[in-house]
Design a protein around this ligand. Structure first.
Ligand code: B16
Ligand code: MG
Length: 216
């Protein structure tokens, strides 16, 4: 029995993963640090500061904690400029229909995001009503791949993790779902998401009936 479905935000519900990439790219260029899409794959799902540390390791300079904080704040400014115009039109194809179908089926829904901007984004997308709980970076101590964010969402929903499904676009996120003891749906690249129990190429392929077949 599926008790709850817990969604990742960036890259699953909306394409903010692209905006995170562009914001990091701007910062990396300013610092003359090489940065491309392939490298960006490892950052998906990681916290802002963990992502920054990985990027800075690619350069030769070392930075103080204070400098790192300033750089992280700068990236967030770039990011917030990019997300300013987000609207319901930015929901990825098929996502809203799927979320509604899940709710109508009486399955609880939650959001498990590593982003401190998660609340802003879901308000702009106007999907607050489709989520029974929202857990974001502000609420958890350990980021993905630690299972804490998914386990916290399950707990808030009163659901047994064994009966939960997590949906992710990032390798670190799939790892977090599996460590939480949940069924993992991966959206995106088959190789990157190889640990997921069901992998689909993009969100338009989400279907509750198919998911139930895979889950059973
Ligand atoms: P912020 P998710 C994650 O969100 C992103 O995948 C990741 O790229 C980003 O660094 C992280 O949020 C932190 O975001 O800087 O807004 O706090 O995919 O877990 O919804
Ligand atoms: Mg994501």
């Amino acid at each position: 029995k599926i008790e709850a479905i817990i969604y990742d935000l960036d890259g699953v519900i909306t394409d903010t993963a692209e905006y995170h990439f562009l914001a990091w790219k701007t910062l990396a260029d300013e610092l003359h640090i090489p940065f491309d899409r392939a490298f960006n794959e490892q950052l998906k799902g990681l916290s802002r500061i963990d992502s920054l540390n990985l990027i800075l390791e690619q350069g030769s300079k070392s930075y103080t904690e204070k400098e790192k904080e300033q750089l992280a704040a700068k990236k967030n400014e770039h990011y917030q400029t990019l997300i300013r115009k987000i609207s319901p039109d930015d929901l990825l194809p098929g996502v809203e229909a799927f979320m509604k179908e899940v709710k109508q089926a009486g399955i609880k829904t939650g959001l498990a995001s590593a982003s401190k901007n998660a609340q802003t984004v879901i308000q702009k997308l106007e999907i607050t009503d489709l989520l029974d709980t929202v857990v974001d970076a502000a609420e958890v101590k350990r980021g993905k791949p630690d299972p804490e964010v998914f386990l916290t969402a399950a707990e808030q929903l009163g659901a047994n993790p064994d009966n939960c499904i997590g949906i992710e676009d990032a390798r670190s996120g799939v790892a977090a779902i599996k460590s939480a003891g949940m069924f993992a749906v991966g959206i995106g690249d088959r190789e990157t998401l190889s640990r997921a129990d069901w992998i689909i190429e993009d969100s338009s392929l989400l279907s509750l009936s198919l998911l139930k077949q895979k889950y059973d």
